[in-house]
Design a protein around this ligand. Structure first.
Ligand code: MN
Length: 201
């Protein structure tokens, strides 16, 4: 199957402002992005660049900086790399209709090891995703340090994973960036301002 077939099949590019190109410029690589998506159900889309596409999960509550908080992350279709800095309004009636805000964006490092020992060889992201166990170090503006993604269930509706902060120097149980830092890291806008700007067009 073509890498982005599921993504393209769901969308009418004559109607949605979402990208249909498949490259991304001026960003550090490999990149991660977290997009707040105010759709029929509000969630955060967590995406990691792997093999030229964005592997994606919908995280209903968004990421936590507290290692004791496990956040459900539902695997969704791969997105094109160009989606990483997409921000705007997907029209009513289209797939994923609602407002998208680039909540955090930066580079990441794969730190998944073949053994749990710290000196084991790095496992490729492709293999780590197949195994259902991924460790990454994120360098965003709001989210930094280690995160674990662990698959715990596969259903007819898809794969259920958990996104958990690793207990490192960037762990902080008091920060609640999902509620205290609502603005876009690329435009400074809030969700309401993105909606307002789209209405002016
Ligand atoms: Mn979404």
């Amino acid at each position: 199957m073509a890498p982005l077939k599921a993504y393209r099949d769901k969308r009418d590019f004559r109607r949605t402002p979402e990208p249909n190109r498949d490259s991304s410029d001026d960003l550090d690589h490999p990149l991660f992005v977290i997009q707040e998506h105010d759709a029929s159900s509000h969630h955060f889309d967590f995406r990691l660049e792997v093999d030229g596409v964005l592997k994606s999960w919908a995280v209903p509550k968004g990421p936590s900086t507290d290692p004791r908080e496990k956040r459900l992350a539902i695997r969704t279709e791969d997105h094109p790399l160009a989606y990483a800095d997409f921000e705007g309004v997907i029209p009513e009636g289209e797939y994923g209709a609602g407002t998208v805000l680039v909540w955090d964006l930066g580079a990441y490092e794969n730190v998944t090891r073949k053994d749990d020992e710290n000196d084991g060889d790095i496992r490729s992201m492709t293999d780590a995703l197949k195994e259902g166990h991924v460790l990454v170090r994120l360098s965003g503006k709001k989210i930094r340090g280690g995160y674990a993604l662990q698959k715990f269930r596969s259903t007819d509706n898809g794969e259920h994973w958990l996104l958990v902060k690793m207990d490192d120097d960037d762990a902080d149980a008091r920060r609640k960036p999902v509620s205290t830092e609502p603005q876009s890291v690329i435009s400074g806008r809030t969700l309401a301002e993105i909606v307002h700007d789209a209405q002016d067009d």
